[in-house]
Design a protein. Structure first.
Length: 581
């Protein structure tokens, strides 16, 4: 037996004992009218709240709703102390007599989450506690219980017999409490009207009983400061007790209605998922079944480890406390999607999970379609970046040729022209000019080779990726280990892998402060995995700088994927997975 269960059993026994003690106090009272009716309603109210509250507490121990219901029941029994003939006990009953209403108001305001979620709810709850404690104490201090309508036991806390003071304090409490109860009624009606459709079935019965109770007790308080007839006031008091008693049963009826509605909504969702036309939207079907027009769907792409919307755009799930809740959709142990919905549905997690399970197969199909759209969108974006990168590269080559090799060839042409003019007159000068021309030609050839290597290295074409990577490693300013398969790969794959390694090693040399790097190329399952790792500072970001972004676009054009893992202080791993079947 868990500690919670033991505590709840102890509270249940204490609740039974409290009801028995309250009944004995009423039976032994010298001034209590209609003790049988009072005991019957008292036990019905107290025990129904305690019993229902213990059940709710057991089912949802993380929700304060059950504890509040139990508090209403015990506070109601505490009010029975006001029937005692013993002055001290009678005074305690006067002080605690109204406390059950504070718990009741807090209960209704926080239902079903157990939290006071809005500013208006917190203000109304605070008013209720002030009225039933501070104002109640002030009222008790000026209440002459022997000479009023009650003809009860003498009030040992009475501080003045001044009737005017008593009328003012009692009137103030009656009017302010009545206004607060009416405001509470308006709040409950508004809360029910704006609730999601499935939640209305849960809230409706309890809110109806609670709102009617608030109105009837507001009338009772008004009768205390007006000229209501005794018969009418007694009828209102009796009706208020009936509706008070109905509140916990309203909770149970709402719970039953909610479960029936949940089953019907899930069954209807299953039918509609099976019958829906190609134009149907799972988002719309789920939104209708859960009664949440604001519902959103995010599909999980395991290869990219991101969520995307139906159109393929990336989606960031809301953080806890951001005003939205997330329920994952799991099929065969793997995440398929996430349902982003109103937090009010958190009170019925089985309902949301049931709807998600009913739609899981269809969501798997839509996830694949969303993944395809995401790939199309990614390829469209990367194609645009590749076009721009190609234009920039052509401009760079034009600039390098113009400023480098072209200028040297122009200088060579001038030197040869001068040598031609002086070949007969000054052989020595001619020889010097020819020597200068040879040097300019050698420099132009060297620059052209360097440019050609940047476009496509000859060793890659002639010998393959392994020797080309070894050549890169030899030119690197730090030790680089290379492990690469000897098999040739498709030219486009070899080119993408070569330039990915070249860019990664350049970044290692420039930024990482690494002492060692490693390059590995492994072919498996129709893919080639190229990985460059170092023992440097880490903290690299693939989204900053055009180098890695351009490589990611080139690899994406081959239906591959580039990832960067670079935790601070733990080195960097740049990894590319490229199909090569």
């Amino acid at each position: 037996m868990t500690s919670l269960r033991r505590a709840l059993i102890a509270l249940g026994i204490a609740g039974v004992a409290a009801g028995v003690v309250a009944s004995l106090l009423v039976l032994s009272s010298d001034f209590q009218e209609d003790p049988g009716v009072t005991i019957a309603f008292g036990l019905a109210v107290g025990w129904s709240f305690i019993g229902t509250g213990l059940y709710a507490w057991w089912r949802r121990p993380d929700n304060s709703f059950g504890a509040l219901m139990v508090g209403v029941g015990f506070a109601f029994f505490a009010g029975a102390l006001g029937a005692s003939d013993i002055p001290g006990v009678f005074a305690v009953g006067l002080l605690t007599g109204a406390l059950s209403f504070a718990f009741l108001i807090h209960l209704l305001l926080s239902f079903p989450s157990g939290r006071l979620e809005s500013r208006a709810a917190r203000i109304l709850a605070a008013i209720a506690y002030v009225e039933t404690t501070v104002v109640q104490v002030a009222t008790v201090l000026v209440t002459d219980s022997e000479n009023g309508d009650c003809k009860c036991t003498a009030n040992p806390l009475l501080v003045t017999h001044n009737q005017t003071v008593s009328d003012v304090v009692v009137g103030f409490q009656a009017i302010t409490s009545a206004l607060a109860l009416l405001a509470m009624t308006v709040f409950l009606v508004h809360r029910w009207r704006t609730a999601p459709r499935p939640l209305k079935g849960l809230l409706g019965p309890m809110y109806l009983a609670g709102a009617v109770t608030m109105v009837l007790y507001a009338l009772t308080l008004t009768a205390d400061v007006t000229n209501f007839s005794d018969g009418v006031e007694a009828g209102v008091d009796l009706a208020a007790l009936v509706t008070f008693t109905a509140i916990p049963y309203g909770f149970l009826v709402g719970l039953l209605r909610s479960r029936i509605a949940r089953g019907g909504a899930v069954s209807e969702l299953v039918t509609r998922v099976g019958d829906r036309t190609p134009e149907g939207s799972m988002r719309d079907l789920l939104a209708d079944a859960l009664g949440d027009p604001s519902l959103e769907l995010a599909y999980w792409l395991p290869d990219r480890e991101v969520y995307v919307a139906e159109d393929g755009a990336e989606v960031t799930l809301p953080e806890p406390g951001a005003g939205r809740s997330v329920t994952p959709v799991v099929r065969d142990g793997e995440c398929v999607a996430a349902i982003i919905h109103d937090p009010s549905l958190d009170e019925e997690p089985e309902f949301v999970r049931g709807a998600a399970a009913a739609a899981a197969l269809a969501l798997e199909s839509e996830r694949l379609a969303a993944e395809l759209r995401a790939r199309v969108e990614e390829l469209r974006a990367s194609r645009g970046r590749l076009v721009r990168a190609g234009l920039d590269e052509r401009r760079r080559l034009e600039r390098d040729l113009h400023d480098g090799a072209q200028q040297r060839l122009v200088s060579l042409r001038l030197a040869l022209g001068m040598a031609q003019d002086r070949v007969d007159e000054d052989p020595d000068m001619t020889r010097m000019l020819l020597d200068r021309g040879v040097k300019e030609l050698e420099s132009a050839l060297a620059e052209l080779r360097e440019l050609a290597r940047g476009i496509h290295p000859g060793v890659l074409t002639d010998h393959g990726l392994g020797p080309a990577l070894s050549s890169l490693a030899d030119r690197a300013p730090l030790p680089v280990d290379v492990e690469a398969d000897a098999d040739r790969l498709p030219p486009a794959v070899e080119s993408a892998a070569y330039f990915m390694v070249a860019e990664a090693l350049t970044n290692v040399a420039k930024y990482s402060r690494a002492e060692h790097a490693r390059v590995s190329v492994e072919r498996r399952n129709g893919h080639v995995r190229v990985e460059v790792s170092d023992d440097g500072l880490g903290g690299a970001d693939a989204n900053r700088g055009s180098g890695l972004r351009g490589l990611a676009d080139r690899i994406a054009a081959l239906d591959g994927r580039l990832t960067v893992e670079s935790p601070d202080g733990a080195g960097t791993v740049v990894r590319a997975d490229i199909p090569c079947a």
